[in-house]
Design a protein around this ligand. Structure first.
Ligand SMILES: N[C@@H](CCC(=O)N[C@@H](CS)C(=O)NCC(=O)O)C(=O)O
Length: 206
């Protein structure tokens, strides 16, 4: 039996999970949910009701995107040593520092910026979030990925959030002259991996 992934197409945490699962070559059954009408079985498996959720064949439930990421990396590393390197202490430490800042600070400001009705306040949140973008841009000034001279899991885990932020007001983003970050963003947007995980699926009938 394949693992089941409860997902929501545009959710950045779910995009993160789908990209890693696909990159790691893990075959899974996708269940697209409407956040306004979550399947009972999904809520039974994880009452907190967030996506993504991965249900493993032995009914083990992973309901945090980073748990799904590490489960996929460990599973696939048995056959491809490249993924094992992602878990090396130094790379892992630097990656997690960025991902935690993304999830705990940048994402909060992103939501405030994106959903704030007061234009002045929105600009204030955008300004506060900008320093993280500049840091990412700086990291990309002499290497292809955020933590190494190639794309690793931190790039995949953070990209969906930068994408969301950039497209709130793409003209503003372009005016920031975050050229390295914009190139990195465009490479992801044009990748087969991203196009594949963004394919539309009918809502899971329950
Ligand atoms: N820490 C969780 C966060 C997941 C999360 O907040 N997902 C949002 C969608 S982007 C969600 O499901 N929210 C529940 C809702 O809107 O009802 C993770 O990393 O998986």
């Amino acid at each position: 039996m394949k693992p089941i992934l409860y997902s929501f197409r545009r959710c950045p945490y779910a995009i993160r999970a789908r990209m890693i699962l696909d990159l790691c070559g893990i075959d899974f059954c996708l269940r697209e949910v409407a956040l306004s009408n979550k399947p009972k079985e999904m809520l039974k498996a994880s009452p907190k009701g967030t996506v993504p959720i991965l249900i493993l064949p032995q009914k083990k439930v992973l309901d945090e995107s980073m748990d799904i990421v590490f489960w996929a990396i460990k599973k696939t590393s048995k056959t491809d040593k490249k993924f094992l390197e992602w878990l090396d202490e130094d790379l892992y430490g630097r990656s997690m520092q960025l991902i935690e800042e993304n999830d705990n600070k940048f994402k909060v400001l992103l939501d405030k910026y994106k959903y704030c009705r007061d234009k002045k306040l929105a600009v204030k949140y955008r300004q506060e979030a900008k320093s993280f973008l500049y840091r990412l841009n700086e990291l990309l000034s002499n290497q292809l990925g955020l933590c190494k001279n190639e794309i690793t899991f931190s790039d995949i885990c953070i990209f969906p959030f930068v994408r969301q932020f950039a497209f709130v007001d793409y003209e503003w983003f372009l005016n920031c002259k975050l050229d390295n970050l914009n190139d990195w963003l465009q490479n992801f947007l044009n990748s087969e991996l991203f196009k594949k995980v963004m394919q539309k699926h009918a809502i899971y009938e329950h």
